[in-house]
Design a protein around this ligand. Structure first.
Ligand SMILES: [Mg+2]
Length: 309
């Protein structure tokens, strides 16, 4: 009886050890799988491979600004791009359709880049202005009145809380609480959420000490890339199968653009990051200095290709 009991106990121990061991092995395998898949080859080292089939193709180039063309800095108002970077982008823009696609307001992005012959998409694609158009395409324009109304309610809701402030953007509202006393920060978040509940067209996301309010409308960097490609194809009679679209960006919001290009034949996403990251980009560059080097290689390649035609 006692032997039977001990045998049963041993069996249970072995099952537990087996399951635990299996779980550890599975975790290691998953980690290895992630480690291998998250590695993206360098766009510089792979340049010849990347451009191998590009002869005769039209290039559409899309560039994020912060962390891509300009290094990230503590004060976003001081995120300047170098004159060398400006020169190469400007020269490329005369040979390829080039767009800057930024999370910043369009006029802000334009004032930093200071290149005229570019298409600009600002506010994550909520305002897109093509070179030859006088008016910007604003997919969220119809939400401006409701955003203004929500802003007034938010101002009313948080007016008693010291340090809370509201930043009004054309297509969104940021409720900042970085300067609010610690014990009142939760209250700001709660009041903002409660207020926006009354606006079915708006949605709330959390940032770093900020509540972001934006329309539920579908716009992001992926939509912006699609829209610009469609417009350029229509205006220039492009055969879309002969267009190579490249997006270079460093941020989470750039993944929307990488996703679009991942699915597209002739799409190329390049992530700017030193670390391994789960991404839909196909290649990587480490920092804006490498972005500049890649753009210079692209410019030389394009000039050579034009000369051979
Ligand atoms: Mg960026």
């Amino acid at each position: 009886m006692c032997q039977l009991h001990t045998g049963h106990k041993n069996k249970t121990v072995w099952i537990v050890v087996g399951v635990a061991g299996g779980a550890v092995l599975l975790a290691i395998a998953l980690l290895l799988w992630w480690w291998l898949l998250a590695k993206r080859p360098s766009a510089i080292d792979s340049f010849n491979k990347i451009t191998a089939n590009w002869q005769g193709k039209t290039i559409a180039l899309f560039l994020d600004y912060d962390g891509t063309l300009a290094p990230k800095v503590d004060n976003p108002d001081e995120a300047y791009m170098s004159s060398e970077m400006r020169e190469v982008v400007q020269e490329l823009a005369s040979l390829c359709a080039t767009s800057v696609v930024s999370g910043r307001a369009r006029d802000k992005a334009e004032s930093f880049v200071m290149i005229e012959n570019l298409h600009y998409a600002g506010s994550h694609g909520a305002e897109i202005k093509l070179i030859d158009e006088t008016e910007a395409y604003e997919p969220a324009r119809k939400y401006v009145p409701v955003i203004n109304q929500a802003r007034e309610r938010l101002e009313e809701a948080i007016k008693e809380i010291k340090g809370a402030s509201i930043e009004h953007k054309k297509f969104g509202i940021s409720v900042h609480y970085r300067c609010v006393e610690e014990e009142e920060q939760e209250l700001v978040k709660k009041l903002a959420k409660q207020t926006i509940k009354g606006f079915s067209e708006l949605t709330v996301t959390k940032g770093d000490k900020v509540v972001e309010v934006r329309p539920k409308a579908e716009f992001n960097k992926g939509f912006a890339v699609k829209y610009i490609l469609e417009q350029l194809a229509r205006k220039n009679n492009w055969d879309s199968s002969q267009v190579v679209a490249i997006f270079i960006g460093d941020d989470k919001t750039d993944e929307d653009a990488f996703k679009v290009l991942w699915k597209r034949v002739g799409g190329l996403g390049i992530l700017v990051n030193k670390k391994r990251k789960w991404t839909k980009a196909s290649y990587s560059l480490e920092d804006p200095a490498q972005v500049q080097k890649f753009l210079q290689m692209l410019l030389s390649w394009k000039k050579k290709a034009e000369a051979e035609v």
